[in-house]
Design a protein around this ligand. Sequence first.
Ligand code: SAH
Length: 328
Amino acid sequence: MSLEEIVKQRILEDGPMSVSQFMALALGHPQYGYYMKRDPFGADGDFTTAPEISQMFGEMIGAWVADIWAQLGQPARFYLVECGPGRGTLMADMMRVLPEDVRKACKIVLMEMSPVLKAKQKESLKGFEVLWVNALDEISAHGPVVLIANEFLDALPVRQFVGKNERVVKVEDGKLVFDPSSGAIVETSDERVKFFQDVCALIEKQRGAALFVDYGYFSGTGDTLQAVYRHKFCDVLVHIGDADVTAHVDFGTLRDATTLPLFMTEQGKFLRGLGIEKRAEYLLKKASTGQAEQIKSGLRRLIADDEMGKLFKVMGVVSGSEIHPAGF
Ligand code: SAH
């Protein structure tokens, strides 16, 4: 049975399916869900993310973490949590640049649902002690928490509404279709807001900070549900379980969902503020011709306005106003 057949079967049995139920199944069905059975990254996969584009991304985030650790009073133990760590590349790049005292103080916790990606993470972080969890409430932290999530929030299910009607997926003439099929769409994500508030509660209780990087917008809504299959956008209702289904992150709604000190900016500004251009210059000095091209193109993709620089946003939350996160 394919995931498309499973979706149709469920609709026939239980009636039309909300967009959020559809998204959760497409990504997380235990057997056929998109993330559950493959490593989606890289040239042979479906899409590429910032840590996979350049090591400088993880290095900058590592510097950000080290600075937060210092501002927390250099705790002897803290929890470095990453949600949706993919191949583990970001965490491995961070570990390479963290000063030894910070590295020794941190306990790495990875929140990941995919068995395939967990195996990749194990490989990338060989030699480090890592704890895997399936959900935030499995983390029993005995010290400050610094949480990182790159391209994680976009994978959390959204609901869509046209007027008062919730948009659903139904079967028509044997095919999956959206209903209503037209009209102005408003998108919400209870799951994303809940997750965000749980993170805020965790860092408020333990002290610490959280950093979210994702494509999205500061305000305004609309239909942002999208599917990507082999580096190209495709119809959300085809290639089910074989295409990555995500939605842009409504950062404005998250900002309004907490009372903790919160900071937002664009990825390009954030990485420039942390000194990514200086880091590139330094790496270029030691690079071969081939490597130099890669460093330059990586830098451009991460920070240029017409690449990821503006579309991707960065949101930082801290447990108290005595902490001033870098890069904002
Ligand atoms: N941060 C990585 C990967 C982004 S892709 C990078 O930038 O390269 C999204 C990641 O989140 C994958 O690792 C996926 O398996 C994981 N994921 C998605 N939904 C999840 C959920 N509900 N719980 C745990 N992990 C999830």
